[in-house]
Design a protein around this ligand. Structure first.
Ligand code: ZN
Length: 251
């Protein structure tokens, strides 16, 4: 008899604890989904991203991220020259400072240059002024070497966050992600060729890499990408597709 009110109180407390726990788990789950959604390169919920060009002509664009990177970038440039293909290079400001001569070669050989941030950071929980600094520093570094400011921006990892889009809009930069990739950060040569050609079609924008984040060149080996490139170029041409720069594809 003496214990009854205490037991009732305990039961009420347990109910409250259960409800609070379930609410916390649901809110945590929703927040996790929200953060995950920003990391999806193809998602258009929060901000626009260009994923492909018009499909009315058989044109496609080849893009390389994370350069310039001595050795890897030059081997890729040699192959592109051999096949007379124009590509687009999304470069990081830090890498350009390290290898300005490669950026000059990219420009001299008629390829398009895009901004891929200064230090290749993860975007989550960053401020608008952080994004502005990353974008502006890279625009300045590229302009210093080439005399031109890029029109295209690709976020590191294709991931975005609040505050990035207003920074890009104010600078009239278009955010370009991709429709096709060879997953060259994890596959071997054969896998890169297979995955790249699997869904290729008119308007495709292909993602490959000539560097790795802002790692020093001695820590970067893009030889699987380099050896896959001729088969990708030949496979696309065999499918009746023509490589053009992003500029041309999206104009
Ligand atoms: Zn990147």
């Amino acid at each position: 008899m003496i214990q009854f009110p205490l037991e009732a109180g305990e039961a009420l407390d347990m109910d409250a604890i259960w409800i609070i726990s379930i609410c916390a788990i649901c809110l945590g789950g929703l927040f996790g989904l929200y953060v995950y959604a920003w990391s999806i390169p193809t998602l258009q919920w929060f901000a626009p991203a260009i994923l492909r060009g018009p499909a009315d002509r058989n044109r496609i664009a080849l893009t390389f991220d994370d350069g310039p990177c001595p050795g890897n970038s030059e081997q890729i440039l040699d192959i592109l020259r051999q096949y007379d293909v124009k590509a687009t290079f999304f470069v990081c400001g830090q890498n350009v400072e390290r290898s300005p001569e490669i950026l000059r070669r990219i420009q001299a050989e008629g390829h398009t240059i895009g901004n891929h941030s200064y230090s290749h950071p993860f975007p989550y929980f960053r401020s608008r002024s952080f994004f502005a600094r990353e974008v502006d520093l890279t625009q300045e570094v590229i302009e210093k070497v080439t005399g031109k400011r890029p029109k295209f921006f690709r976020p590191p990892f294709g991931a975005r966050w609040l505050g990035l889009q207003p920074v890009l809009s104010a600078r009239r930069l278009s955010l370009v992600n991709w429709s096709d990739t060879g997953y060259d950060w994890k596959l071997d040569t054969e896998g890169i060729v297979r995955e790249t050609l699997k869904t290729l079609g008119p308007g495709s924008i292909i993602l490959l890499h000539d560097g790795r984040n802002t790692y020093p060149p001695q820590r970067v080996d893009r030889s699987p990408t380099v050896t896959a490139l001729p088969a990708i170029l030949e496979g696309a041409v065999k499918a009746g597709l023509t490589f053009v720069s992003l500029d041309e594809l999206l104009s």
